[in-house]
Structures are given as C-alpha cells and as structure tokens.
Design a protein around this ligand. Structure first.
Ligand code: GDP
Ligand code: IMO
Ligand code: MG
Length: 422
C-alpha cells in the first residue's frame, strides 16, 4: 500500500505526526518537495523532534527515508538537523537516509535574495520563511541551479557556484549589502558535500526496487494545498507543488503506484505569513495562543488561526484525490461553548462553495458559518472514536459530510499515542 500524505490547508496541519504514526506500517518514507521552510513536529515516547528536511519516518529504526529530487536542499541546514537528531539519539546512516542526485541546493545567496525580495515587496510581502526557497526553485526553473549531482564533480561545482555568487553579489552591492565571500562558501560547500555524499544515490531506481519487492511507500507532503504554486492563494504561496502531483514529479514514482491519498487537516484552520484567510478569527487565535499553541516550528512566528473551512478542505479533496482525512488537533476545541464551520463564501451577491476563480477575489470573500455546540470535555485521553463525546462525533460527521470523505485518523494531542484510527 503506497500512500501520499498532503496538507489540506495552509501547512502545519500535523503532517509530520501523521507520517510518523503511519511509518510503523510502511517501509520507505519519501519527501518529494519543499525545503527547510517546512517544520514538522513529532512527539514520540515523550521526546519532541522537529524535522525540516529529514523525512518524519526517521524515528523508526529499520525504515528507509528518501529526500527526493523535488526537494530543495540546504546542505548546511541538513547537516545541522542531522546533528540535532543524532544528539537526541536518532540513528542516521547511509542505510536509512538517502538523498536524490536530482535535488537542487539552497545556498546562502538564496537566503540573502529571499530577504531582499521580501523587503522590496514592502506592503505586498509574502511573509516567507526566509529560507531561500523561492530563489532556489527560481534557479531550478531557470536551469542554472546547483544540484546534489554536482557533489561528485568539485571543479564543476565551484565553477557554477562562482557564477551564482557573482550574480548575487552584484545585487547585494547595488543595495549596499555585504557581499558574500566565494572562498568561504566554496570551502564550506565542499566540506558539506563530502559529509553528505555517502547518502547520495539514484533514488528513483531505489524507490522502484522497493516497489518491486512489495514494500510500502509513504510520501510525506510539506506545506499545504493552499500554499501550492498552482492551486494555492497565489502569490501568497510557496514555490513548489504541495499537492499530490508534487509527490509524483518529486520522486519519480508514477501515479499507477499510488493506492491512497490522505489529506491532513486541523479541526480548525491556521496560516503563517501573509495572504487571504476567509475564516480567520481573533478570538480563536487568542484562545489557542493563550494555551501556548500555534507558534511556527521553523520561524517561531505566531500562526494566524480561524474556524474550520470546508470550502478549503472539500476543494483540496478534489485537487488531490483525497480518499481519507487525518484530522488533527481536535483537542484544541475542547473548551469552547460554540464551534463554527465556514461552509461557503459570500462574494458580492454570490455564494461560493469552492474557492473563487480569481485569486484577487479571495480577500473580498466573507465567511458563511454554521454553528455547532461545543463538547466542553477534554478529549486528550480518548483512544477510540467511541471514547469521544457525542458533540465531538457530530462535529466530525458534519466535516465528513461537507468534505465528502471519511475522517480515518484523528489527533487528540501531539503525542504519537494520541492518535485514533476509525
Ligand atoms: P506539519 O508541518 O504539518 O507537520 O505540522 P507542524 O508540526 O508544523 O504543526 C502541527 C502542530 O500541532 C505541532 O506542534 C504538533 O505537535 C501539533 N499536533 C499535531 N497533532 C496534534 C493533535 O492532535 N493535538 C495537539 N494538541 N497537537 C497536535
Ligand atoms: P510545513 O511543511 C506553513 C509559508 C510561509 C509563507 C509562504 C512562502 O511545516 O507545513 P516560503 O518560505 O516557502 O517561500 O514561504 O509559505 N510556508 C509555510 N507555512 N507550513 C509550512 O511548512 C510552510 N512552508 C512555507 O509562511 O507564507
Ligand atoms: Mg509545520
């Protein structure tokens, strides 16, 4: 059984936790897009792990993890992440972590350019994570980027690096910013390349060998459907395909091998960064932040929060072919008297049950809510759906009805153990 996990909202739905949970029954976990803009928190056996580039299957010994060709890989960020994980006792070797030769690199000038472009945008800034993601994917599409495949040709790597650093320095110089030191970056990159090289292999043939051997693959999505470069709230999106297609192009595993797509959604909605958010709500934001929840794992920024929006999630089921939902953070709603669901958008005189055709209209949409009674009971100890209060079960049933797919997995707390299967 090969399963793609996608975010059905604006990221941070709890994909890492769900991937970690499902890895028990899988053999290979593949990250196929995004970079270290992602932050996936997994809590297992009381220990908290934050993953950025390393797939969330890494906590299970004897499972293989792949960083696919569709990922943009910051070699220094990855080495730091590996150090942190090893410091927490996670065993990582070339046996359980493979890196695709096709992955493009994120280098320090990408971060510099990301910052610069954001400040040039002024009021229209995207609110990026500042990890250099857009500029790195830009180089990929422009066909000038450096790739992991260049690691085994140091001369060629340095030649390409010199051209890119020179290009970036012209920009930094023109705005009076400090220029990058080619020698310094070059030495650091060669050192990182040497350290990462044992993990580098042809991950396409490797994944296909695993399929032939009857193994189960799990594709870990990063970001979410509405941050997708094609289907998201453009331009307030990331620079990759976060929807199901990204898992295919970013891994070299064709659709005929995909058996199931699971969409991960929160029981409410969050978003980090700028852009439209129809069901955003200050009171629910204040409540969740007051509980110490909803601060970003990558940048520490407070996430914007709002009610569950079935316009978003039902449309995400179409775009991704979602078969089942994994709904996380139900416990976040435990204390509320009233819980709302945004079921459609009002735009001018029209009622929309799918996102507006023109992205500029998103901002003009007003939410139309239905109201549900809260359960006002702690759900964090529930271990089966039957343990849930009746009002919580009704809330889930309504979400299933609105989105047209079953809630197959439920999260009632951040720990691996707080995961229920229908
Ligand atoms: P990802 O980027 O989709 O992997 O999600 P993040 O890890 O960035 O954000 C999800 C946050 O919710 C993390 O802090 C998780 O530990 C936490 N989380 C996931 N599922 C649950 C849940 O069911 N209940 C609670 N309370 N926290 C959860
Ligand atoms: P995970 O995998 C939430 C958002 C940024 C910004 C926009 C573009 O943890 O769900 P970028 O740095 O990618 O150019 O920023 O996308 N963003 C995320 N929001 N979760 C993420 O990843 C995100 N990765 C990027 O906040 O709005
Ligand atoms: Mg996250």
């Amino acid at each position: 059984m090969n399963t793609v996990i996608v975010g059905a909202q604006w990221g941070d739905e709890g994909k890492g936790k769900i991937v970690d949970f499902l890895t028990e029954d899988a053999d290979v976990v593949i990250r196929a897009q995004g970079g270290n803009n992602a932050g996936h928190t997994v809590i297992a056996n009381g220990e908290k792990y934050v993953l950025h580039l390393v797939p969330s299957g890494i906590l299970w010994p004897d499972k293989t993890n792949i960083i696919g060709n569709g990922v943009v890989l910051d070699p220094f960020g990855l080495l730091e992440e590996l150090d942190t994980l090893r410091g927490q006792g996670v065993v990582i070797s070339s046996d359980n972590l493979a890196i695709s030769e096709g992955a493009h690199l994120v280098l320090p000038y990408h971060r510099g350019l990301d910052r610069r472009r954001e400040s040039n945008r002024g009021q229209r800034k995207i609110g990026t994570t500042g990890r250099g993601i857009g500029p790195s994917y830009g180089d990929k599409v422009d066909r000038t980027g450096l790739r992991v495949a260049d690691f085994n040709q140091p001369d060629r790597l340095m030649e390409k690096l010199a051209a890119k650093v020179e290009e970036a320095n012209l920009i930094f110089e023109s705005v009076g910013e400090e220029k990058l030191n080619l020698k310094e970056i070059g030495d650091q990159l060669l050192d990182a390349a040497e350290k990462l090289s044992p993990h580098v292999r042809n991950c396409v043939t490797y994944a296909h060998e695993q399929i032939q051997a009857g193994k189960s693959l799990l594709f870990e999505g990063a970001q979410g459907t509405y941050l997708d470069i094609d289907h998201g709230t453009f331009p307030f999106v990331t620079s990759s395909n976060t929807t199901v297609g990204g898992a295919i192009t970013g891994s070299g595993v064709p659709p005929k091998f995909i058996d199931r797509v699971i969409g991960v959604t929160k029981a409410y909605t969050t978003r980090v960064g700028e852009g439209p958010f129809v069901s955003e709500d200050e009171a629910i934001s204040d409540m969740l932040h007051g509980m110490g929840r909803e601060f970003g794992a990558t940048t520490g920024r407070a996430r914007r929060c709002g009610w569950f929006d079935s316009v978003l999630v039902s449309y995400a089921t179409l775009v991704n072919g979602i078969d089942q939902l994994a709904l996380t953070n139900l416990d976040g709603l435990d204390g509320l008297d009233e819980i709302k669901i945004c079921t459609s958008y009002k735009l001018g005189g029209e009622m929309l049950t799918a996102p507006p055709p023109h992205s500029r209209d998103w901002d003009q949409c007003e939410p139309v809510y239905e109201s549900h009674p809260g359960w006002k009971t702690q759900t964090t100890e529930a271990r089966t759906f039957d343990d849930l209060p009746a009002a919580a079960r009704k809330y889930l049933a309504r979400i299933e009805e609105l989105c047209g797919v079953p809630v197959a997995i439920l999260g009632v707390g951040p720990d691996r153990a707080q995961t229920l299967v229908a």
